[in-house]
Design a binder for this molecule. Structure first.
Ligand code: ATP
Ligand code: FE2
Length: 327
């Protein structure tokens, strides 16, 4: 690494728009996130419209927070996928424009890997098994032989989506995850469908059953039972992956990882396996631009170069598609 490079990272896979600025020494200089308010779920086109309308202000805010100008940016990185097509394209077009106008390199990054790498940077985890849980993703991954392999994942909806849809259906308000977590604290347990198939998970049956149960049961009890069931499923798959991948660290990532009960359950499991438990700071758990910028730096430093033609968005960009050259 010759000098301290500065990377601008643009995140826009779903309802959040993020602009982060990170240096190659791993310093986060800015991390601005703007939310598109979620009324009745994500509408890809509306979210994309939001990103387009807020892009200029978000980028300017990030530059201002970092006390630099666009001319000081050495590399521009963006979330290439996975995510919603219209949203991804707004971030990609902005990154291409900056790259061409400023004649600086562009790097398209995998959003899921960005969650892992920012977590590694800030928790100092060396080689963690990662449970990435968010509104759009549920994945257990670990690094083996040059790639982040997926050990287990959801077969249908993501855990965050399951909780959000339940909260919406119950008219609990937004953000769903935090409200369900709070209600669950005074709830007690009853059985709900627990679905683990091999190393994969399914949450749609659980969602339907929770909505149905809420017609008769107390809302606190449904919230508690929903969390206990879903999180136990996550613990089971993470535990088996931990044994299989033979890792010594378990790290959480994604917006659902702020949940205290989930943290407690995963921490307990990790302790039983003599593995270290790590949670990155809250401001980088959810989608953000700093994680995109940091992965951009890691990739650039390892020799990755993308041409504009390589920057088409990939709605189904798989974690294990990426050859990891920086480890
Ligand atoms: P991705 O694009 O990675 O799928 P996302 O758009 O869902 O991410 P994130 O910020 O990573 O964005 O995660 C948001 C999710 O986190 C939402 O589903 C939200 O309900 C959930 N969440 C937030 N707080 C909590 C909480 N306390 N408990 C459980 N879930 C939570
Ligand atoms: Fe994410």
């Amino acid at each position: 690494m010759e000098r301290n490079l500065i990377c601008l990272g643009i995140e826009g896979t779903a309802e959040k728009l993020g602009a982060g600025i990170v240096s190659s020494s791993g310093k986060i200089l800015a991390n601005v996130v703007k939310y598109h308010s979620l009324v009745g779920g994500i509408h890809p086109r509306e979210a994309a419209q939001h990103h387009a309308e807020n892009m200029k202000a978000t980028l300017e805010q990030a530059l201002q927070n970092a006390s630099i100008g666009l001319g000081d940016i050495d590399i521009v990185a963006f979330s290439q996928g996975p995510g919603l097509g219209p949203c991804l394209r707004v971030a990609a077009v902005s990154a291409r424009t900056i790259s061409l106008a400023k004649k600086i390199p562009i790097i398209g990054v995998n959003h899921c890997i960005a969650h892992i790498e920012i977590g590694r940077l800030l928790t100092k985890a060396k080689d963690p098994l990662t449970l990435y849980v968010s509104g759009g993703n549920t994945q257990v991954t670990a690094y083996t032989e040059g790639r982040y392999r997926v050990f287990g994942e959801t077969l249908d909806i993501a855990i965050g989506n399951c909780i959000d849809q339940f909260a919406r259906e119950m008219k609990l308000g937004s953000p769903g995850g935090a409200i369900v977590e709070k209600l669950a604290r005074s709830g007690s347990y009853f059985e709900l469908p627990y679905v683990v198939k091999g190393m994969d998970l399914s949450f749609s049956g659980l969602l339907t059953a929770a909505i149905e149960a809420a017609k008769k049961q107390k809302i606190e009890d449904v919230c508690y039972s929903l969390q206990e069931t879903a999180f136990s499923m996550l613990v089971e798959v993470t535990e088996r992956a931990l044994a299989h991948a033979e890792k010594k660290e378990v790290m959480l990532a994604g917006g659902v990882a702020v949940n205290r009960r989930l943290q407690e359950m995963i921490a307990l499991m990790a302790r039983e396996h003599n593995a270290k438990f790590l949670v990155p700071p809250k401001n980088v758990l959810g989608d953000n631009g700093a994680m995109i910028a940091w992965l951009g730096i890691l990739m650039y430093d390892s020799g990755v170069r993308h041409k504009i033609e390589d920057t088409m968005v990939k709605q189904r960009f798989r974690t294990d598609e990426v050859e990891v050259k920086w480890r």
